[in-house]
Design a protein around this ligand. Structure first.
Ligand code: SAM
Length: 298
Protein backbone atom coordinates (compact mmCIF):
# COMPACT_ATOMS: atom_id res chain seq x y z
CA UNK A 1 0.00 0.00 0.00
CA UNK A 2 3.05 2.27 0.40
CA UNK A 3 2.84 5.26 -1.87
CA UNK A 4 -0.81 4.77 -2.82
CA UNK A 5 -1.89 7.84 -0.89
CA UNK A 6 1.32 9.69 -1.62
CA UNK A 7 -0.63 12.68 -2.99
CA UNK A 8 -1.80 13.19 0.59
CA UNK A 9 1.06 12.34 2.92
CA UNK A 10 4.30 11.04 1.48
CA UNK A 11 5.28 7.73 3.05
CA UNK A 12 8.38 5.61 2.55
CA UNK A 13 8.73 1.83 2.69
CA UNK A 14 8.59 0.08 6.08
CA UNK A 15 6.88 3.05 7.67
CA UNK A 16 3.78 2.71 9.73
CA UNK A 17 0.51 3.58 8.04
CA UNK A 18 -1.46 6.78 8.43
CA UNK A 19 -4.81 7.18 10.13
CA UNK A 20 -7.03 9.50 8.08
CA UNK A 21 -9.92 11.06 10.03
CA UNK A 22 -12.42 11.54 7.22
CA UNK A 23 -15.47 13.81 7.40
CA UNK A 24 -18.52 12.53 5.52
CA UNK A 25 -21.83 14.23 4.59
CA UNK A 26 -24.43 15.18 7.20
CA UNK A 27 -27.24 14.58 4.73
CA UNK A 28 -26.37 15.55 1.20
CA UNK A 29 -24.04 12.99 -0.40
CA UNK A 30 -22.68 15.62 -2.79
CA UNK A 31 -20.94 17.14 0.24
CA UNK A 32 -18.38 14.32 0.27
CA UNK A 33 -15.21 16.04 -0.89
CA UNK A 34 -13.25 14.63 -3.85
CA UNK A 35 -10.28 14.25 -1.52
CA UNK A 36 -12.33 12.27 1.01
CA UNK A 37 -13.56 10.01 -1.80
CA UNK A 38 -9.97 9.49 -3.00
CA UNK A 39 -8.74 8.59 0.47
CA UNK A 40 -11.61 6.16 1.05
CA UNK A 41 -10.74 4.53 -2.25
CA UNK A 42 -7.05 4.20 -1.43
CA UNK A 43 -6.75 3.18 2.22
CA UNK A 44 -6.39 -0.49 3.20
CA UNK A 45 -9.04 -0.48 5.89
CA UNK A 46 -12.03 1.66 6.85
CA UNK A 47 -12.98 1.87 10.52
CA UNK A 48 -16.63 2.90 10.63
CA UNK A 49 -19.10 3.67 13.42
CA UNK A 50 -21.70 1.57 11.59
CA UNK A 51 -20.31 -0.49 8.74
CA UNK A 52 -23.73 -1.05 7.11
CA UNK A 53 -24.44 2.67 7.11
CA UNK A 54 -21.02 3.58 5.69
CA UNK A 55 -21.24 0.87 3.03
CA UNK A 56 -24.09 2.84 1.48
CA UNK A 57 -21.83 5.88 1.19
CA UNK A 58 -19.01 3.76 -0.21
CA UNK A 59 -21.41 2.20 -2.71
CA UNK A 60 -22.36 5.70 -3.84
CA UNK A 61 -18.72 6.38 -4.79
CA UNK A 62 -18.05 2.86 -6.08
CA UNK A 63 -15.65 1.86 -3.29
CA UNK A 64 -15.50 -1.57 -1.69
CA UNK A 65 -13.00 -2.03 1.15
CA UNK A 66 -12.35 -4.17 4.19
CA UNK A 67 -14.21 -2.57 7.08
CA UNK A 68 -14.04 -2.68 10.84
CA UNK A 69 -16.76 -1.54 13.24
CA UNK A 70 -15.55 1.07 15.71
CA UNK A 71 -18.34 2.37 17.91
CA UNK A 72 -18.81 3.53 21.48
CA UNK A 73 -19.26 -0.04 22.79
CA UNK A 74 -16.07 -1.55 21.33
CA UNK A 75 -13.77 1.44 20.93
CA UNK A 76 -10.82 0.09 22.91
CA UNK A 77 -10.72 -3.33 21.25
CA UNK A 78 -11.33 -1.86 17.79
CA UNK A 79 -8.63 0.76 18.37
CA UNK A 80 -6.13 -2.04 19.08
CA UNK A 81 -6.95 -3.63 15.72
CA UNK A 82 -6.55 -0.33 13.93
CA UNK A 83 -3.20 0.25 15.66
CA UNK A 84 -2.05 -3.19 14.54
CA UNK A 85 -3.05 -2.40 10.94
CA UNK A 86 -1.20 0.93 11.07
CA UNK A 87 1.92 -0.65 12.57
CA UNK A 88 1.83 -3.20 9.75
CA UNK A 89 2.10 -0.34 7.26
CA UNK A 90 -1.55 -0.16 6.20
CA UNK A 91 -3.39 3.13 5.88
CA UNK A 92 -6.74 3.38 7.67
CA UNK A 93 -9.67 5.78 7.28
CA UNK A 94 -11.88 6.55 10.27
CA UNK A 95 -15.46 7.58 9.44
CA UNK A 96 -18.58 8.06 11.52
CA UNK A 97 -22.22 7.86 10.47
CA UNK A 98 -22.26 11.54 9.54
CA UNK A 99 -20.04 14.58 9.68
CA UNK A 100 -16.68 14.77 11.38
CA UNK A 101 -15.56 11.79 13.50
CA UNK A 102 -14.90 12.56 17.20
CA UNK A 103 -17.39 15.45 17.18
CA UNK A 104 -20.05 13.84 19.40
CA UNK A 105 -18.94 10.65 17.65
CA UNK A 106 -16.50 7.78 18.33
CA UNK A 107 -12.78 8.01 17.62
CA UNK A 108 -11.17 9.91 20.48
CA UNK A 109 -9.51 6.87 22.15
CA UNK A 110 -8.14 5.78 18.77
CA UNK A 111 -6.68 9.17 17.89
CA UNK A 112 -5.23 9.52 21.39
CA UNK A 113 -3.66 6.06 21.13
CA UNK A 114 -2.17 6.91 17.72
CA UNK A 115 -0.68 10.09 19.17
CA UNK A 116 0.69 8.19 22.16
CA UNK A 117 2.35 5.64 19.86
CA UNK A 118 3.78 8.24 17.53
CA UNK A 119 1.54 7.17 14.64
CA UNK A 120 0.58 9.75 12.08
CA UNK A 121 -2.99 11.07 12.07
CA UNK A 122 -4.17 13.29 9.24
CA UNK A 123 -7.55 15.07 8.93
CA UNK A 124 -9.64 15.04 5.78
CA UNK A 125 -11.93 17.92 6.75
CA UNK A 126 -15.49 18.39 5.63
CA UNK A 127 -19.07 18.58 6.91
CA UNK A 128 -19.80 19.17 10.56
CA UNK A 129 -23.30 20.06 11.77
CA UNK A 130 -22.08 22.42 14.49
CA UNK A 131 -20.05 24.56 12.09
CA UNK A 132 -22.78 24.49 9.42
CA UNK A 133 -25.43 25.63 11.94
CA UNK A 134 -23.22 28.28 13.50
CA UNK A 135 -22.34 29.71 10.10
CA UNK A 136 -26.00 30.45 9.29
CA UNK A 137 -27.26 31.22 12.80
CA UNK A 138 -26.82 34.99 12.56
CA UNK A 139 -25.29 34.85 16.06
CA UNK A 140 -21.71 35.87 16.89
CA UNK A 141 -19.16 33.32 15.74
CA UNK A 142 -16.00 34.93 17.14
CA UNK A 143 -16.41 33.07 20.44
CA UNK A 144 -18.53 29.97 20.70
CA UNK A 145 -18.81 27.02 23.00
CA UNK A 146 -19.79 23.59 21.69
CA UNK A 147 -21.70 21.62 24.29
CA UNK A 148 -22.65 18.50 22.32
CA UNK A 149 -25.84 16.81 23.52
CA UNK A 150 -27.44 18.22 26.69
CA UNK A 151 -28.10 15.63 29.41
CA UNK A 152 -31.25 13.56 28.92
CA UNK A 153 -33.01 14.21 32.21
CA UNK A 154 -34.54 17.61 32.76
CA UNK A 155 -32.91 18.07 36.17
CA UNK A 156 -29.39 17.34 34.84
CA UNK A 157 -30.07 19.43 31.77
CA UNK A 158 -31.20 22.45 33.74
CA UNK A 159 -28.19 22.26 36.03
CA UNK A 160 -25.90 22.04 32.98
CA UNK A 161 -27.61 25.15 31.54
CA UNK A 162 -27.27 26.92 34.92
CA UNK A 163 -23.50 26.47 34.59
CA UNK A 164 -23.59 28.20 31.21
CA UNK A 165 -25.99 31.00 31.99
CA UNK A 166 -23.31 33.72 32.36
CA UNK A 167 -21.16 32.54 29.47
CA UNK A 168 -20.83 35.38 26.92
CA UNK A 169 -19.91 32.96 24.11
CA UNK A 170 -22.50 31.70 21.63
CA UNK A 171 -23.61 28.25 22.80
CA UNK A 172 -24.06 25.34 20.39
CA UNK A 173 -25.94 22.14 21.26
CA UNK A 174 -26.87 18.99 19.40
CA UNK A 175 -30.31 17.58 20.05
CA UNK A 176 -32.48 14.71 18.89
CA UNK A 177 -36.12 14.88 17.82
CA UNK A 178 -37.17 13.13 21.06
CA UNK A 179 -35.89 15.86 23.30
CA UNK A 180 -35.73 19.04 21.25
CA UNK A 181 -38.96 20.45 22.66
CA UNK A 182 -38.05 19.69 26.29
CA UNK A 183 -34.54 21.06 25.81
CA UNK A 184 -35.88 24.28 24.30
CA UNK A 185 -38.33 24.68 27.18
CA UNK A 186 -35.53 24.16 29.74
CA UNK A 187 -33.29 26.61 27.87
CA UNK A 188 -36.06 29.23 27.86
CA UNK A 189 -36.51 28.60 31.60
CA UNK A 190 -32.83 28.90 32.50
CA UNK A 191 -31.35 31.31 29.89
CA UNK A 192 -34.57 33.37 29.73
CA UNK A 193 -37.34 33.28 27.14
CA UNK A 194 -36.02 36.44 25.46
CA UNK A 195 -32.50 35.10 24.73
CA UNK A 196 -31.98 35.07 20.90
CA UNK A 197 -31.38 31.68 19.31
CA UNK A 198 -31.42 29.74 16.06
CA UNK A 199 -32.64 26.22 15.43
CA UNK A 200 -31.06 24.42 12.48
CA UNK A 201 -33.01 21.34 11.41
CA UNK A 202 -32.13 18.73 8.79
CA UNK A 203 -29.20 20.72 7.40
CA UNK A 204 -28.32 19.93 3.78
CA UNK A 205 -31.40 17.68 3.51
CA UNK A 206 -34.75 18.08 1.78
CA UNK A 207 -36.54 19.61 4.75
CA UNK A 208 -33.71 21.87 5.87
CA UNK A 209 -35.17 24.61 8.09
CA UNK A 210 -33.38 27.34 9.99
CA UNK A 211 -35.58 29.15 12.49
CA UNK A 212 -34.54 32.37 14.20
CA UNK A 213 -36.14 33.98 17.21
CA UNK A 214 -36.02 34.09 20.98
CA UNK A 215 -35.92 30.82 22.90
CA UNK A 216 -39.53 31.43 23.95
CA UNK A 217 -40.63 31.98 20.34
CA UNK A 218 -38.78 28.90 19.08
CA UNK A 219 -40.25 26.72 21.84
CA UNK A 220 -43.76 27.96 21.00
CA UNK A 221 -43.21 27.50 17.27
CA UNK A 222 -42.10 23.89 17.68
CA UNK A 223 -44.83 23.07 20.19
CA UNK A 224 -47.42 24.30 17.68
CA UNK A 225 -46.05 22.27 14.75
CA UNK A 226 -45.11 18.60 15.23
CA UNK A 227 -43.53 18.56 11.75
CA UNK A 228 -40.90 20.98 13.04
CA UNK A 229 -39.99 18.47 15.76
CA UNK A 230 -38.83 15.86 13.24
CA UNK A 231 -35.26 15.21 12.17
CA UNK A 232 -31.87 16.25 13.49
CA UNK A 233 -31.22 19.53 15.24
CA UNK A 234 -28.52 21.97 16.18
CA UNK A 235 -29.53 24.63 18.71
CA UNK A 236 -27.49 27.81 18.66
CA UNK A 237 -28.09 30.15 21.59
CA UNK A 238 -26.78 33.70 22.01
CA UNK A 239 -24.28 34.15 24.82
CA UNK A 240 -25.06 36.02 28.01
CA UNK A 241 -25.79 39.62 27.02
CA UNK A 242 -22.83 41.34 28.69
CA UNK A 243 -23.89 44.60 27.01
CA UNK A 244 -26.98 44.86 29.23
CA UNK A 245 -24.88 45.15 32.40
CA UNK A 246 -22.37 47.20 30.48
CA UNK A 247 -24.90 49.92 29.63
CA UNK A 248 -26.03 50.13 33.23
CA UNK A 249 -22.50 50.89 34.47
CA UNK A 250 -21.84 54.47 35.60
CA UNK A 251 -19.64 56.44 33.22
CA UNK A 252 -16.92 56.85 35.87
CA UNK A 253 -16.64 53.04 36.20
CA UNK A 254 -16.35 52.70 32.46
CA UNK A 255 -13.59 55.34 32.43
CA UNK A 256 -11.75 53.49 35.20
CA UNK A 257 -12.06 50.23 33.25
CA UNK A 258 -10.67 51.90 30.13
CA UNK A 259 -7.62 53.09 32.07
CA UNK A 260 -7.03 49.79 33.88
CA UNK A 261 -7.48 47.56 30.84
CA UNK A 262 -4.90 49.60 28.94
CA UNK A 263 -2.28 48.76 31.57
CA UNK A 264 -3.22 45.41 33.11
CA UNK A 265 -4.44 41.91 32.23
CA UNK A 266 -8.28 41.94 32.26
CA UNK A 267 -8.59 39.68 35.31
CA UNK A 268 -6.42 41.96 37.39
CA UNK A 269 -8.18 45.05 36.07
CA UNK A 270 -11.56 43.52 36.96
CA UNK A 271 -10.38 42.70 40.50
CA UNK A 272 -9.15 46.26 41.12
CA UNK A 273 -12.27 47.84 39.62
CA UNK A 274 -14.48 45.52 41.71
CA UNK A 275 -12.68 46.48 44.92
CA UNK A 276 -13.02 50.18 44.05
CA UNK A 277 -16.64 50.14 42.86
CA UNK A 278 -18.20 47.32 44.85
CA UNK A 279 -19.51 45.84 41.56
CA UNK A 280 -19.18 42.18 40.58
CA UNK A 281 -15.83 41.14 39.10
CA UNK A 282 -17.55 38.99 36.49
CA UNK A 283 -19.69 41.89 35.25
CA UNK A 284 -16.66 44.17 35.03
CA UNK A 285 -14.63 41.51 33.23
CA UNK A 286 -17.39 40.99 30.65
CA UNK A 287 -17.79 44.72 30.20
CA UNK A 288 -14.09 45.03 29.40
CA UNK A 289 -14.34 42.16 26.90
CA UNK A 290 -17.23 43.98 25.20
CA UNK A 291 -15.28 47.26 25.22
CA UNK A 292 -12.30 45.48 23.64
CA UNK A 293 -14.54 44.04 20.93
CA UNK A 294 -16.08 47.48 20.29
CA UNK A 295 -12.58 48.94 19.93
CA UNK A 296 -11.53 46.20 17.52
CA UNK A 297 -14.61 46.63 15.34
CA UNK A 298 -14.20 50.44 15.16
N1 SAM B 1 -20.09 14.08 13.93
C1 SAM B 1 -21.28 14.79 13.57
C2 SAM B 1 -20.91 16.19 13.08
O1 SAM B 1 -19.77 16.40 12.66
O2 SAM B 1 -21.75 17.08 13.10
C3 SAM B 1 -22.29 14.80 14.69
C4 SAM B 1 -22.72 13.44 15.14
S1 SAM B 1 -23.88 13.46 16.44
C5 SAM B 1 -23.97 11.75 16.86
C6 SAM B 1 -25.40 13.63 15.59
C7 SAM B 1 -26.08 14.96 15.90
O3 SAM B 1 -25.53 15.97 15.09
C8 SAM B 1 -27.57 14.97 15.60
O4 SAM B 1 -28.34 14.44 16.66
C9 SAM B 1 -27.82 16.44 15.40
O5 SAM B 1 -27.90 17.09 16.64
C10 SAM B 1 -26.53 16.87 14.69
N2 SAM B 1 -26.70 16.73 13.24
C11 SAM B 1 -26.13 15.83 12.43
N3 SAM B 1 -26.54 16.02 11.17
C12 SAM B 1 -27.39 17.06 11.17
C13 SAM B 1 -28.15 17.72 10.18
N4 SAM B 1 -28.12 17.33 8.91
N5 SAM B 1 -28.92 18.78 10.56
C14 SAM B 1 -28.95 19.18 11.83
N6 SAM B 1 -28.27 18.58 12.82
C15 SAM B 1 -27.50 17.53 12.50
Amino acid sequence: MDGRVSFLCPKVSNQAGILYVVATPIGNLDDLSPRAARVLGEVDLIAAEDTRHSRRLLGHIGVSKPMLALHEHNESAAAERVLAALRGGGDVALVSDAGTPLISDPGFPLVRACRAHGLRVSPIPGPCALVAALSVSGLPTDHFRFEGFPPRSSAARRSRFEMLVDDPATLVFYESSHRVLDSLADMAGVFGATRPAALARELTKRYETILHGTLGELAARLAADPDQQRGEFVLVVAGCPAAAGDEALPEEVRRLLAVLMAELPLKQAAAIAAAWSGLKKNLLYKTMLAMQEDEQSD
